[in-house]
Design a protein. Structure first.
Length: 323
């Protein structure tokens, strides 16, 4: 009897310690993905803009709050590195801030790049199209597709060196149908083969064949921009990953009002100056665009050929370094 009592006391103390330990652990939160993509685990999702500090005196900007499996979390951005992380809300002291107050941070400057007067107010390819410095920023769009992920492209990337950086502009529609492919990508990250930055490519990726750009994509009537942004972010989070601050418009098409909407949600529009399948060759600092979703094998072939010929600017760099 006494033995049982001792065991019970021990179990109680151990559990209490674990529970306290969890509360105390204030590092970035890791979400364990479920068996199938399911954004419903992420609730009360809302945009915020708050300046936060933690017990160690570190500061971050919080851009979303939510609860994941009942735990209150915030999505935070390091205002200098642009690195994002999911954090326990209870570990940070936050208060409302504004773009004006944060104007000198690299993050807010990245959201509001100086306008290039030589560019027309084009609907196509607005936002960041070229990065600073040398090398190339490889980006892959995962628009909704029934085809399998082009895994050979990622193997080729991974062969360029440990932790090869790649930005994937993923649509919620793609994640919803590609649980196994998403898990495969996550595993590549876990073993250190790839370093993936997750950009948002909308949820439904509206597109009507042969319709003019000016009436297509996000310029279709009735597009719910917030829903397109947030439902995709929720799925990325439920799948154990962290959304970055980058948003790529479907078709790279947007107007001034849409650009403003995206920036209001504290996302940086991401274009590209080297869409390989369109014959745009990369130069140092290029943002390279391919589609590893099965819909554009010619771009992937070109990528592979450029790498083999030594014609891809190196090193490959993470998109957070581009603005
Ligand atoms: Zn797309």
């Amino acid at each position: 009897m006494r033995r049982v009592l001792v065991l019970l006391v021990w179990a109680y103390v151990a559990c209490a310690a674990t529970a306290r330990g969890e509360e105390d652990s204030c590092g970035p939160v890791n979400i364990a993905p479920g068996p199938a993509p399911n954004g419903a685990r992420v609730r009360d999702y809302a945009p915020i803009f708050e300046a936060c500090v933690n017990g160690e005196g570190e500061s971050r900007l919080a851009i979303r709050r939510m609860s994941v499996d009942g735990n209150p979390l915030i999505l935070t951005v390091d205002p200098q590195s642009l690195h994002t992380s999911l954090e326990r809300a209870s570990c940070w002291r936050c208060e409302a801030t504004s773009d004006g107050e944060q104007a000198e941070t690299r993050y807010i400057k990245a959201l509001h790049p100086p306008q290039d007067p030589t560019r027309p107010p084009a609907l196509v390819n607005a936002g960041l199209i070229h990065g600073v410095g040398v090398g190339a920023f490889v980006t892959g769009d995962l628009c909704p597709s029934r085809k399998r992920l082009d895994r050979a492209f990622f193997e080729k990337l991974a062969a360029q060196g440990r932790g090869a950086p790649v930005t994937l502009a993923v649509s919620g529609g793609w994640i919803a149908r590609h649980g196994a492919d998403f898990a495969w990508l996550r595993e590549k990250e876990r073993i250190g083969a790839l370093a993936i930055t997750w950009a948002n490519h909308s949820y439904s990726h509206p597109y009507i064949r042969r319709l003019a750009d000016s009436r297509n994509y996000f310029l279709r009537p009735g597009v719910d921009v917030d829903r397109e942004i947030f439902e995709t972010e929720k799925l990325i989070i439920a799948e154990g990953e962290t959304p970055s601050v980058f948003f790529r418009f479907p078709g790279l098409v947007a107007d001034t009002a849409l650009l403003e909407r995206i920036r209001d949600r504290h996302l940086a529009p991401l274009g590209a100056d080297s869409w390989l399948a369109l014959g745009l060759r990369p130069r140092p600092g290029s943002i390279v665009l391919v589609h590893p979703n099965g819909n554009e094998p010619v771009g992937l072939k070109l990528f592979s050929r450029l790498i083999d010929a030594g014609a891809m600017p190196l090193p490959l760099r993470p998109i957070n370094e581009a603005p």
